[in-house]
Design a protein. Structure first.
Length: 581
């Protein structure tokens, strides 16, 4: 779209939720719209206020490119939390950019070379974190940043540093400096802000619904949707035949209480097998969060009835929902107070029991005291206890392959940006890792998974919990309000209990997971065996077969659950196969 002045040209992907308010402000400045789209409002805002001020005013999810015909400058920008992707890089002497990598295939001068340092990052995290890309010479623009490239830069084939217009870190610091002192006031502010965020996301001229897993986050979003709708909200969930992973019964109970028009489907291992060959094409880069499978399947289910769906993603990172946040205080104290030798001895004792033995032991406890996947978590905790520092403990909490270089044929050093001590925020250990998760894991894994899975079926997903006003409010709440009595997301729970009985929600957190460990020992075994056959791995020249086969054998014997590490390798192998086809 070209601006009224014909100075600016924009390519835009996403939604601006507050475009009506921005249009009113432009009207007060004497600017009249030719149409009714948020794209035009964004474009005329840039013409009136400049790019940075327009980005600060905009509330939404987006990736955009703006060409300034007068200054001969290209601007690239991305939304605050990273809901929409933006790739860029060089094709010969041409700068190219897109919301996905596939369009670059048509360009004659693109050199497709796997970046081995980034592959090392992938094996550690299971995703490719911003600003990196699996292909050498390409990048992903970081969330909440903009990049300006002039003709001199293009001529010299230079890419300037991107500049932030907002950041999680700034929001966290500002929140700690201006905390809310009254928990009731905090709950009321959260209710008002989140209600408004949900209402903004519900503005649509096409059919709209919501994902409902039955957990705290999605139930809160659906409850606030239903409270503001004059008709039953359409909700969608999937379940599994394996009882330990089936959340459909809980989603059904919440839907019944709220009065939504609910649809559910049961996923089988054959559904997963049918989807797996499509995953490399859906994700462009290697991606190893196995919940990509149910996320895609629930998106496909929803797309049969609606075009837009709201999601509850983001609540864990903002309000302390992950187990590592609940355990984090004790882990930090243990590392600080207990000598490393004592912790290593304790870890050795914890590993003396196999994963299966831990699971059997915990199964004897009362139901409320049982920890899902206890054996796997106890073995992971043993590794964390052996950490030499809190920083190392965090990386062990979040890494799939603790030593990814050992699984690579040509060892290369990890890019240093994620491990840079200067990147570590100040303050309480748990708040620090929550902030790092929001800066890295949230955009790189959670939001990438949601965007690619839904866009593959032409479903637009919106995430009201990640309205930047909600994010800023969350950081004004003391950590002790978020995690209470060993339970995370306390403010969200109190808000939800205004709509849903507490008894419907009181159960252990499971997450959006699949029975991957069992599937790799059963219906997916032959597919996986073919991908990690030693001769094939040697010919491809990227991975070392020995540690991978060792993990595979231990997993097949049932002594340890290596499903996440193996899925990471399988995701890369499957992606590589797609590139070589």
């Amino acid at each position: 779209m070209v601006s009224a002045s014909e100075r600016y040209v924009i390519a835009f992907n996403g939604e601006i939720y507050n475009f009506a308010q921005m249009q009113d402000e432009l009207g007060q400045a004497g600017i009249r719209m030719r149409g009714r789209s948020d794209t035009e409002v964004l474009l005329e805002g840039i013409a009136c206020w400049g790019l940075e001020q327009t980005l600060r005013r905009a509330n939404g999810m987006f990736a955009l490119a703006v060409w300034d015909r007068c200054e001969r400058v290209l601007h690239l920008a991305r939304d605050r939390l990273g809901q929409k992707p933006l790739y860029y890089g060089w094709a010969g002497r041409d700068l190219v950019f897109s919301s996905e990598l596939k369009p670059f295939d048509v360009l004659p001068r693109v050199e497709w070379t796997v970046d081995r340092a980034v592959l090392t990052l992938f094996l550690r995290h299971g995703y490719v974190p911003e600003p990196h890309c699996i292909w050498a010479g390409f990048h992903k623009l970081a969330p909440a940043t903009w990049l300006s490239i002039g003709e001199k830069d293009l001529g010299a084939r230079l890419l300037p540093e991107s500049r932030p217009y907002w950041s999680v870190r700034t929001a966290a610091v500002a929140g700690r400096n201006d905390p809310i002192l009254d928990p009731v006031e905090a709950e009321n502010q959260l209710d008002a802000l989140l209600r408004d965020a949900v209402r903004s996301c519900m503005v649509s001229d096409v059919p709209l619904g919501a994902f409902l897993s039955g957990g705290i986050d999605s139930s809160t979003v659906v409850a606030l949707m239903q409270a503001q709708s004059d008709r039953p909200v359409r909700t969608f969930t999937i379940g599994f035949r394996e009882g330990g992973y089936d959340e459909a019964v809980h989603a059904r109970a919440v839907a019944r209480h709220l009065g939504t028009e609910h649809t559910e489907a049961i996923v089988t291992d054959s559904d997963a097998r049918a989807l797996i060959p499509s995953l490399p094409d859906i994700y462009d880069e290697p991606f190893a969060d196995s919940s990509q499978i149910p996320t895609h399947l629930v998106s496909r289910l929803a797309r049969q009835s609606v075009t837009v769906s709201l999601s509850g993603d983001g609540g864990d990172e903002l309000f302390g929902g992950y187990n590592r946040y609940v355990w984090g205080k004790n882990v930090a104290q243990g590392i600080r107070l207990a000598p490393l030798g004592v912790r290593r001895a304790l870890a050795c004792g914890m590993r003396s029991l196999s994963v299966g033995a831990w699971d059997s032991l915990v199964a004897c406890l009362p139901s409320r005291a049982r920890l899902p996947q206890a054996g796997d978590k106890m073995h992971k905790l043993a590794g964390i206890l052996e950490s030499a520092s809190q920083e190392q403990a965090y990386w062990r909490m979040t890494s799939l392959w603790q030593d990814p270089q050992a699984a690579l044929m040509n060892t290369t050093e990890l890019p240093t940006d994620l491990g840079d001590p200067a990147r570590w925020p100040d303050g309480d250990f748990v708040e620090r890792i929550m902030q790092l998760d929001a800066e890295t894991y949230l955009p790189g894994d959670i939001l990438a998974k949601l965007d690619r899975a839904s866009m593959a079926v032409s479903l637009e997903t919106r995430v009201p919990l990640l309205d930047h006003r909600v994010v800023e409010l969350a950081w004004r709440m003391p950590l002790g309000w978020k995690i209470r009595h060993g339970e995370g997301k306390w403010p969200l729970r109190q808000l939800l209990y205004r709509h849903v009985p507490r008894a419907l929600m009181e159960r252990p957190k499971k997450g959006f997971s699949i029975p991957l460990a069992d599937w790799l020992r059963g219906p997916l075994r032959d597919w996986a065996e073919a991908l990690i056959e030693p001769g094939r791995i040697a010919r491809e020249g990227y991975l070392e077969a020995a540690p991978i086969r060792r993990a595979w054998q231990q997993h097949q014997e049932g002594d340890q659950d290596h499903s996440s590490r193996l899925w990471c390798v399988l995701a890369f192998q499957s992606w590589l196969q797609e590139q070589q086809a």
